[in-house]
Design a protein around this ligand. Structure first.
Ligand code: KG4
Ligand code: ZN
Length: 350
């Protein structure tokens, strides 16, 4: 069964064709990173307009790369939640219109749940096994989820404030590194000392919950104190005062403690729930430091998805859509809404 996935929830316009949930036939991603980098973050209206411009050519290319035409596509999966409303609307309406005109079954897919399915697309590896512990870490989410089967999951814990990717992005801004913060902090951290600064780990009532806003504030205060300015110093002028050495040491110390926090929680959940597989998902899953610390601390082999499948893409949406299509009736393409802030709190279906 060949599925066309469409993803446009944030700043990547993507279309992909996946066969039987596991075989990647094409994955086209048009990134808007350059467009938003000048603003230091995603500008919603600019994002929506860019999706509108490229969504059709991106879909055409995904079909061409997969060596197929519309007759070869059995169903369409599209991200309907969560994300930026204008961005979601572009992908959703495009998918609904195509589903109607081409008479294809349509499945609305949850973006965050979709991230987990990048792990079904790792070449030459068996798919993950249930029960499955998933650490989902992106610019909008930090969650630990226990999957008992496809669509049958329990949220163990989540961030109570900032997502971890958001913390990477904010810390990058403080020390004058480009957006997105994850890769630029990882690069700066390579030559920094991860123990140069002692940064705090938040203590939470639920051992699987996260909190990153205190860590971000601690970084801000440390930088202010290191460069010798007060709390009221204009934050946009701060990067100008940060030396290269301070930038690298802050990047390394922050990355180390942020990743250690994630791994602490994952290790605790692993001990409590004895999953058969552990996967990481979402943009922050591209972090080499996260992979290194997890592999060091968990007593099972973890297969990691390639970077291109960790950040936003439609292949993961098409993969999850396949498992939905096995169990669920298709949605009505004339109806359906987008839900900008739908958390993964309860089981989608079981
Ligand atoms: O999943 P994603 O592409 O978009 C969302 O759904 O949020 O994740 C983007 C996030 C950004 O915050 C970015 O800084 C982070 O993933 N990220 C990383 C790395 N690469 C991307 N964070 C840490 N280390 C990385 N290597
Ligand atoms: Zn994402």
């Amino acid at each position: 069964m060949k599925i066309l996935g469409i993803e446009s929830s944030c700043d990547e316009t993507s279309a992909a064709v996946v066969e039987d949930g596991t075989r990647l036939l094409s994955n086209v991603v048009h990134s808007q990173i350059d467009i938003h980098a000048v603003y230091g973050g995603v500008v919603p209206e600019v994002a929506a307009r860019s999706h509108l411009e490229v969504v059709l050519p991106v879909i055409d290319k995904a079909l061409a790369d997969a060596n197929t035409d519309w007759d070869g596509i059995d169903a369409i999966g599209v991200t309907y939640a969560p994300g930026l409303v204008g961005s979601l609307l572009v992908g959703s309406l495009t998918a609904r219109t195509i589903a109607l005109l081409r008479n294809k079954p349509l499945y609305p897919i949850h973006h965050v749940e979709g991230h987990v399915y990048a792990n079904w697309l790792i070449e030459d590896h068996e798919p993950p096994r249930f029960p499955l512990l998933a650490l989902i870490v992106s610019g909008g989410h930090s969650q630990l989820v226990l999957f008992r089967g496809h669509g049958d999951y329990e949220l163990l814990g989540q961030t109570q404030d900032d997502a971890v990717g958001e913390a990477f992005d904010k810390v990058a801004k403080i020390i004058g590194l480009p957006y997105p913060g994850g890769p630029s902090i990882a690069q700066a951290a390579e030559e920094g000392d991860p123990h140069a600064f002692k940064l705090p780990k938040a203590r939470m009532q639920n051992p699987y919950d996260f909190s990153f806003s205190g860590l971000k504030t601690a970084v801000l205060r440390t930088v202010q104190s290191e460069v010798g300015v007060g709390y009221d110093f204009p934050s946009h002028q701060l990067p100008g005062k940060v030396t290269e050495k301070l930038r690298r040491d802050i990047a390394a110390s922050f990355q180390n403690i942020a990743v250690e926090t994630l791994v602490d929680k994952a290790e605790r959940a692993f001990q409590d729930h004895s999953p058969a597989s552990v996967v990481i998902a979402g943009g922050v899953a591209a972090s080499q430091e996260l992979r290194r610390q997890l592999s060091e601390r968990l007593p099972l082999e973890i297969n990691y998805a390639p970077m291109s499948l960790c950040t936003d893409n439609a292949a993961m949406i098409a993969s999850l859509c396949y498992f939905y299509a096995q169990k669920m009736p298709a949605a009505d393409p004339r109806a359906g809404e987008v839900i900008p802030s739908l958390s993964m709190t309860k089981t989608a279906w079981s």
